[in-house]
Design a protein around this ligand. Structure first.
Ligand SMILES: [Fe+2]
Ligand SMILES: [Fe+2]
Length: 280
């Protein structure tokens, strides 16, 4: 099967989906006409992920995030002089690697005017499935972000997250000696032009014990949790970072794709972005 035929099958699996003109889901490198010799799924296609794929004889990587170091959808090779990036792209070229981004399809189509989703947000649906939290879901099933888990200590819950996500650790804000039951996967909390969106999260935060954000800035939810925890409320943020947080969704994709494609699919963990130096 050619690479583009594999991608067409994946797009078909994502239906119903409305294709956007400015889609992020493009070929980030490589030739779609290449014969597919194996498929890997990852959250963030680092150079290390490329190496691991090549070692396994794989030449197609499905990545949720981009491969260049900016937000641009398409890297203009002639305009960019970064040696590391050139090395990465040259490596991909030398090994016939194709990287296709599955970002917008994974998050699915949300019809803003109708306030309605066409299908699941597969990143968060997949995260729920990988965690085995279906029975704890209290929010929207199409975009599962809110859960009520069996009550436990904040420390124990944190350790469970570390194991489930296979992390080196977690950055903690709030009360690690408290209890956890209501959990909110709070997506990005990045303020600025999203200030109103973040305020909406703070409005509902009194009813939540534990927050698992993607990226988060200090001056909104983080500040709220510090004050609330100081007042003795069960409030804690478990910060693992953006690319870690979305990884279980891609792990789920790797789990379902073999049946969709009729071939083996390898999940390559991008690996924890972070390491922790603890004060001695
Ligand atoms: Fe992301
Ligand atoms: Fe995402």
């Amino acid at each position: 099967m050619k690479v583009y035929e594999v991608i067409e099958k994946i797009k078909e699996w994502h239906q119903p989906y409305i294709e956007q003109e400015k889609t992020r889901d493009i070929y980030l490198c490589g030739d779609p006409q290449t014969e597919c010799r194996g498929v890997a799924v990852t959250c963030a296609c680092t150079l290390e992920v490329m190496h691991k794929a090549v070692e396994k004889g794989i030449n197609l990587i499905i990545s949720h995030e981009g491969i260049t170091y900016n937000y641009e959808k398409k890297y203009q090779r002639d305009e960019f002089k970064n040696e590391t990036l050139l090395e990465k792209l040259n490596y991909a070229k030398e090994h016939d690697l194709v990287v296709w981004r599955d970002h917008d399809h994974m998050h699915g189509t949300f019809l803003r005017e109708e306030n309605r989703r066409l299908r699941h947000d597969m990143i968060f649906y997949g995260t729920m499935k990988e965690l085995g939290w279906e029975e704890y879901l209290t929010g929207d099933e199409l975009k599962p972000l809110l859960f009520k888990v069996p009550e436990m200590s904040a420390r124990e819950f944190g350790q469970q997250l570390i194991k489930a996500w296979n992390l080196n650790g977690l950055r903690i804000v709030g009360d690690l000696d408290g209890r956890v039951s209501t959990v909110y996967i709070v997506e990005h909390v990045i303020a600025g032009k999203f200030d109103d969106y973040d305020l909406g999260k703070i409005d509902m935060a009194e009813d939540i014990d534990a927050f698992i954000p993607l990226e988060i800035v200090d001056y909104t939810l983080t500040s709220y949790v510090r004050d609330a925890a100081y007042l003795g409320k069960n409030k804690i943020i478990y910060e693992m970072g953006h690319f870690n947080a979305e990884e279980l969704g891609m792990k789920y994709l790797a789990r379902v794709l073999p049946e969709v494609l009729g071939m083996d699919v390898e999940f390559i963990q991008s690996g924890d972005t972070f390491n922790y130096l603890i004060r001695e």
